[in-house]
Design a protein around this ligand. Structure first.
Ligand code: SAM
Ligand code: SF4
Length: 323
């Protein structure tokens, strides 16, 4: 379905939980996270109903995210059901990779196509600090497991944080020399409770370009991807730069999001939300669900206002939105 800007909205990102087995500094507060009541979250059946309605409206690309999607009970079964919908062309997951060693095989078998894995440092101590307790070895084992199962292309999301990991750009980039992996440097977004911390630790992707002077720009394969891709001479893999703030890709945006508590978000950078849980639990017919999704698509803003003075700060933490 097309929105008001004639953009074809064909991509749904679903947050299946707002809980996580890590506590990344930019994503969630260290303490004081109030656990939602079970009944406040969409059931797996409700998520599936929304997917079906979205598919009826032309969505053919699905990403499962969170919180950490691999801690949601029954996630493999949900993926299996979604993968059996014929019209779905791409079914992917964003994960911190901690549990991938355990689940990569099941995910592949269930029909997941590929994974994006978040990894912000190759140094054990720094990784522990950024994630407030994570074990780097587990993620590296998870990446290996994803490779063994062929969850390709494997993309690594690296959020750059001034004092913590901006000295590791070259180390990450060198990874692409030997492996057909995509390393995507993401600019830190000022969202939720960590917004002012994020502003103080912001590193522009221009800094990456300065550090990697020999980057060769590649022709975009997918205009709706927020990443612009580059390659080091002779590299097997690619380097992506994601600049949600310094340059926006809104004119090519093709996505809507759904939170674990059943709110549709037409834009990541806006507080606007449309309650779909309520319809699922009252009328609940395919056409009533489709109508709410249509409403959300038509409410998509022309572009984000992050760079404008009167931009309203995003209230939810990223962990609740799903990235
Ligand atoms: N737990 C999974 C993971 O970490 O990959 C999925 C959810 S996480 C919210 C999705 C993505 O959002 C991750 O790649 C994470 O690095 C990114 N993210 C979270 N907070 C962010 C922020 N403030 N700015 C930029 N990226 C952020
Ligand atoms: Fe958890 Fe992912 Fe947020 Fe880190 S970025 S706290 S792994 S949801």
């Amino acid at each position: 379905m097309k929105d008001r800007r004639k953009r074809d909205i064909n991509y749904l990102r679903i947050s299946v939980t707002d809980l996580c087995n890590l506590r990344c500094q930019y994503c969630m507060p260290e303490e004081g996270v109030v656990k939602k009541r079970h009944e406040d979250l969409l059931t797996l059946e409700e998520i599936y109903q929304v997917v079906e309605a979205c598919v009826a409206l032309g969505i053919h690309k699905i990403r499962i995210t969170g919180g950490e999607p691999l801690i949601r009970k029954g996630i493999i079964g949900l993926i299996e059901r979604i993968s059996q919908i014929e019209a779905i062309q791409d079914l992917a997951m964003t994960t911190n990779g901690i549990l991938l060693k355990k689940y990569a095989k099941d995910l592949k078998k269930a029909g997941l196509n590929r994974v994006n894995i978040s990894l912000d440092s190759l140094d054990e101590e720094k990784y522990r600090r950024i994630t407030r307790g994570g074990n780097l070895k587990e993620v590296l084992q998870g990446i290996e497991a994803a490779k063994e199962e062929g969850l390709f292309p494997i993309k690594l999301n690296v959020v750059l944080i001034d004092e913590l990991n901006s000295d590791e750009i070259l180390d990450f980039a060198m990874w692409t020399m030997e492996e057909p992996i995509e390393i995507r440097f993401i600019e830190l977004m000022p969202i939720g409770q960590a917004a002012s911390w994020a502003k103080n630790n912001f590193v522009s992707n221009e800094f990456v370009k300065m550090k990697l002077k020999e980057l060769i720009p590649l022709e975009p394969e997918d205009r709706s991807s927020p990443a612009r891709y580059y390659k080091l001479p002779g590299a097997k893999g690619k380097i992506g730069l994601i600049n949600p703030i310094s340059s926006h890709f809104c004119m090519y945006c093709n996505r809507i999001r759904m939170t674990a508590d059943g709110k549709l978000k037409p834009c990541l950078h806006s507080n606007q939300e449309i309650d779909i849980k309520q319809i699922l639990r009252t009328e609940g017919t395919p056409s009533s669900i489709e109508n709410v999704i249509k409403e959300a698509i038509l409410l998509k803003p022309m572009q984000h206002t992050l760079n404008e003075r009167d931009h309203e700060p995003i209230i939810r933490d990223m962990i609740q939105i799903g990235g």
